[in-house]
Write a protein that binds this ligand. Structure first.
Ligand code: FAD
Length: 284
């Protein structure tokens, strides 16, 4: 029996392109993924606001070309209230209705943390400035944010973002379904009644994945790491293994009640599309 796609919150994440070639690739990627009818596409925001213009440009272009809602990510660290206010008003003027609200990380060399310390303050500010105009997504960490003092602290801080007015959450990617399922149960235990969408990282190569995972605190289980390492530069084997493992992860998450999936596409359609098709998610 196939899962009805209409019941799920399916979304895809892109980063803003840096060059005309990158823009062309993003165009082809969003075009290839649009027929899957995701609820929205999102576009990341560079640390310290370094991609502010390019994020907006990409969001507007995707929305115009694909007809699918696009959501800018917005990070607040290093920023002022006035600056964030301007950005919110620009987004609203352009008809944007969804924002992924984050603290972000200070770029190396930047010392001034600015006027926001944590993402809950950004969510509060967005609500105070724009009421219910935006649907607000926040980040969640089933394997615990790397700077958190404890899992309990991190969960409490996550609750702070929900209490501040977040509508929904997207998790950091993970390969361990139990971490997500436990986190979702704990949230339910705290009465947090918002969808917590698993972030899914398709595996298409290993070196970059290992670097990202170390930086963001996502664990690659030993058995997966060893197998991927053993495949060396054999991209076809890595891809085939990655598709099997990540599809199985998604299937288990959906079977256990996850309310949707958010794909970190890295601006490539192939693996996301293939996983989606293997999951047998019907249209409509
Ligand atoms: P917060 O929720 O503020 O949490 C950060 C840390 O502070 C955690 O350890 C938390 O436990 C602690 N904390 C939270 N609130 C409090 C409080 N009130 N008092 C004390 N401690 C507190 N980064 C980008 O630069 N651009 C992006 O576009 C981007 N998109 C992302 C999308 C998703 C779905 C995810 C999961 C992450 C994304 N990131 C992005 C990375 C993110 O910015 C980093 O993980 C960052 O370190 C934390 O951001 P946050 O919004 O989770 O912060």
């Amino acid at each position: 029996m196939s899962t009805q796609k209409s019941d799920l919150e399916f979304s895809c994440e892109f980063f803003p392109p840096k060059s005309p070639e990158g823009a062309e690739r993003l165009h082809r990627t969003s075009e290839a993924l649009s027929p899957l009818k995701p609820r929205f596409f999102s576009v990341t925001y560079g640390a310290g606001g370094s991609t502010q213009e390019r994020t907006l440009e990409a969001v507007l272009k995707i929305q115009r070309e694909s007809g699918i809602a696009a959501a800018p990510h917005l990070s607040c660290i290093g920023s002022t209230r006035e600056h964030v206010r301007d950005i919110l008003h620009t987004y609203r003027e352009h008809g944007i209705e969804r924002i992924v609200a984050l603290r972000g990380d200070l770029p190396s060399g930047m010392r001034d943390i600015g006027e926001f310390r944590h993402a809950n303050e950004l969510v509060e500010f967005i609500r105070a400035e724009t009421g219910d105009h935006f649907r607000i997504e926040v980040a969640a960490y089933p394997e615990v944010h790397p700077q958190a003092r404890s899992a309990e602290d991190d969960l409490r801080h996550f609750k702070g973002k929900v209490d501040a007015g977040a509508n929904s959450a997207i998790t950091q990617y993970f390969f361990n379904a139990d971490a997500y399922l436990r986190f979702a149960d704990e949230c339910q235990g705290l009465g947090l009644d918002i969808p917590i969408i698993p972030g899914i990282m398709p595996i298409t190569q290993f070196t970059q994945l290992a670097r990202f995972s170390d930086a963001c605190g996502a664990e690659i289980p030993r058995w997966m790491r060893k197998r991927l390492e053993g495949m060396g530069d054999d991209r076809d084997s890595i891809r085939a293994f990655g598709l099997d493992v990540v599809t199985a992860l998604c299937r288990r998450l959906l079977d256990e009640g996850a309310p949707g999936l958010h794909f970190y596409t890295m601006n490539q359609a192939g693996a996301t599309k293939e996983i989606w098709e293997r999951l047998g998610l019907s249209g409509g």
